[in-house]
Design a protein around this ligand. Structure first.
Ligand code: FES
Length: 66
């Protein structure tokens, strides 16, 4: 589903970017343009970011989820 309509960014793209190292909102903004325009997607994108980090921590117990 689309999370950021301004830049046509999907939840899958956000999850993938976080998994690839874009672990902060500023990383997602720089990489995908999330929340760089109207900002309405920021809350949802941040939630996805956090969920992905938790899942990464669960899948890789040795890796700390920030
Ligand atoms: S919906 Fe993402 S910046 Fe507008």
């Amino acid at each position: 589903m689309y999370v950021c309509l301004c830049n046509a960014v999907t939840d899958s793209q956000i999850r993938h970017a976080v998994e690839e190292g874009a672990t902060r909102m500023c990383d997602l903004r720089a990489e995908l343009g999330v929340a760089a325009e109207c900002g309405k997607c920021a809350c949802c994108a941040n939630q996805l970011r956090k969920e992905t980090l938790v899942q990464m921590g669960a899948n890789h117990p040795g890796r700390a989820a920030a």
